[in-house]
Design a binder for this molecule. Sequence first.
Ligand SMILES: C[S@@+](CC[C@H](N)C(=O)[O-])C[C@H]1O[C@@H](n2cnc3c(N)ncnc32)[C@H](O)[C@@H]1O
Length: 287
Amino acid sequence: MQVGKQNVHFKSSEEISEVDDVDFIITSPPYWNLKDYQHDDQIGHDESYNKYISRLSSVWEECYKCSNEDAIMVINVGSRRSNKKFYPIAMDIYKNMDDWKLIDNLVWYKPNSLPQPAYYNDKLFDDKYEDLLIFSKNYDYNHTFNKIRIKQKYKDKETREHKMNDSGRGIGNVIKMRSYRPPTIKNQNYHTAAYPEELVYALMHTFSNENDTVLDPFVGSGTTLKVASKMNRFGIGYEINKEYKELIKDRINEDMRDFTWRELDILSEGYDSTDSNDSINGSIFDF
Ligand SMILES: C[S@@+](CC[C@H](N)C(=O)[O-])C[C@H]1O[C@@H](n2cnc3c(N)ncnc32)[C@H](O)[C@@H]1O
């Protein structure tokens, strides 16, 4: 299915032959044993944990083959508990990675995530974050990196030359963004496991440029492709469930709300975008 610069293949991403020279990959893989995406070839449903991790590995390998030498791959994934056992999925993805090199690990902090279920609640911390694993093909550091900066509040007081930057300070490796939660997500008719478009926007801004080719091997409702379309990137997606076709098309054509980099900043606690006329098009704001 082609929608403007966005192209979706309704098949398993365990075999990718329709694209090459990809610049940037961003995705959130299916959970393990949590959701049924209604397809015999889906990854993560009714299969062992080891099988799940190994099938994901084959998708990362396909992504490796179809991308260029300076490509970056971002995998967003949370940990999982099942029958009281803890599954650190991000760590296991890393341990089973063949060719990609891990160059960074960001935290997506979710201030609104739900408390643990009652039988864990008394003994465990509430789960407030997901990982964003950043992989490269080499350690050359030739990849695109458009650092997100916001204005420094105490810049005038800074005396250390090496800490000063007229463009502001970086937002750091913890990104704050509310996760979609029922019933909002249902009202919006989004996919139940959609990731926030602001998060995707921030990473796509950082690691790619206009007219680059962006790939998502697990499209779901199409968040990545919607953002790619708004940011003038060529998007390629793989999704096993054909029933998401109309949803993906609608989402690509949907408008994106204005937001500010400051909303993503862990130190700007309590900041409410509705109080401000700041727009996403400017990147430096008062802290
Ligand atoms: C966590 S969801 C992705 C959500 C997406 N990031 C969004 O914002 O809507 C994972 C998706 O992977 C799809 N999927 C599962 N196995 C697949 C496979 N082998 N190939 C391609 N897609 C698959 C599922 O149908 C589901 O839509």
